[in-house]
Design a protein around this ligand. Sequence first.
Ligand code: FES
Ligand code: FES
Length: 157
Amino acid sequence: MIEFVLNGNKVVSSSPSGLRLLDVIREEFGFTGTKEGCSEGECGACSVLVDGKLFDSCLVALGSIAGKEIITIEGFKKLRPERFNMISDSYAKSGAVQCGICIPGMVMATEALLSANPKPTEEEIRTGLSGNLCRCTGYNMIVDAVKMASKEGEGLW
Ligand code: FES
Ligand code: FES
């Protein structure tokens, strides 16, 4: 049994400790906003926050997160709605969402970036999102969205 905090609630998982966090949050707890892309730490579609830091949940074993706080895209929306809405509106206004598969991970990476650096330069944005791949947008519209969230959301981070 592994205890941790998931999206603000204390939970206990009965899954094997070697199971991927990605599978636990999607299948045991039903938070399917976290997506599976490459399954090997390359695409960032499975990004979640672990004690406030960005992690690829496909590379994290359940046993390693005992006592930690995990936030998925659903928890981000619930726990920090102003930041969530600022980022999601900025993505929408910038045309940064196409097929959408990368977006939950991009949003979590954006939250991690702006939490650490509320006014990133373009280069810092590109570096901050470099672990998240998008097949559709060519990235420029995503970078614009992060710039917009940073500017219009001044004071939220
Ligand atoms: S599914 Fe985890 S990094 Fe791609
Ligand atoms: S919007 Fe399709 S992969 Fe990013």
